[in-house]
Design a protein around this ligand. Structure first.
Ligand SMILES: C[S@@+](CC[C@H](N)C(=O)[O-])C[C@H]1O[C@@H](n2cnc3c(N)ncnc32)[C@H](O)[C@@H]1O
Length: 253
């Protein structure tokens, strides 16, 4: 089968932005060698050109690839079926992560679908187009709404995921969103939380990135484990993949 053609809409400044400093510093390097400028101009230019090239490759191949996300753990929804919420679904990479890995599952993709968050023209239409490209549109519904006040009845879902979305919220917003995930999950429902992890890949590509749930000096892993625990989840597993911290947990009680 041909590879589906997706459009996840991530802003070029995030996906290709490093190519601008790369071009500038590569040119400076070339000129400084050609015109015999001071040695340190060539040294600094080559360092910054190398950094921007590495940043581009890390982002393109690792952090924001133009393909569906992969489940960071096989322990999510091992039954293979059920109704799953994707909180902050955006253009659908995380929704596809679920429905492609779990062919018996259906998904509801919840998002405010507003501007910002790196996705240009974020809309339910774009998400659904990506679902059609993957041949899974019949199992996915898009819903406009705020994850801090979800438009769903209590105990609607068997499972939930949220990827790189809850970590965009404020402290209060994060707590409210986690409470809402708990409310809409069925008893013992599973929740897979994925957030940006400021590991060496992220720190290299985006040295000035801030926010994303880093409140104070506490390590991110402890912080997120404690937040889901406070919201009423038991942690089943946590771990990292490049650029990502994940916590798999289960609604308590
Ligand atoms: C960086 S995108 C991640 C999208 C997708 N999960 C992915 O991995 O590609 C963050 C998404 O969270 C959504 N979002 C942010 N705050 C939200 C809120 N309060 N309620 C619903 N969605 C929200 C944004 O609209 C955006 O689509």
């Amino acid at each position: 089968m041909a590879t589906p053609s997706y459009d996840f809409g991530y802003d070029w400044r995030w996906t290709h932005g490093h190519l601008i400093p790369f071009a500038v510093f590569a040119l400076l390097l070339f000129l400084s060698i050609r015109l015999k400028w001071r040695w340190w101009i060539a040294a600094v230019s080559s360092g910054l050109a190398l950094w921007s090239l590495c940043g581009f490759l890390i982002v393109w191949f690792g952090l924001i690839p133009n393909r569906p996300l992969e489940l960071p753990t096989e322990r999510f929804l091992t039954g293979g079926s059920g109704k799953v919420l994707d909180a902050g679904a955006g253009s659908g990479r995380s929704t596809l992560m679920v429905v492609l890995a779990r062919p018996g599952a259906t998904a509801v993709a919840l998002d405010r679908f507003g501007d910002g968050y790196g996705i240009e023209g974020n809309s339910p239409e774009r998400l659904l187009a990506n679902m059609r490209a993957a041949g899974v549109a019949s199992r996915v519904e898009a819903k406009v709404g705020d994850m801090r006040e979800m438009p769903f009845a209590a105990e609607t879902f068997d499972g939930a995921v949220s990827a790189y979305a809850i970590d965009h919220l404020s402290r209060e917003g994060t707590a409210r969103a986690l409470d809402e995930v708990k409310r809409v999950l069925k008893p013992r429902g599973e929740f897979l939380l994925m957030v940006i992890n400021r590991d060496r890949w992220v720190a290299t590509a985006y040295p000035f990135l801030h926010g994303h749930g880093y409140f104070g000096r506490e390590p991110a892993r402890n912080r997120w484990r404690s937040l889901v625990d406070t919201a009423g989840f038991d942690v089943v597993e946590d771990g990292t993949t490049p650029g990502t911290l994940y916590v798999l947990c289960r609604k308590r009680g």
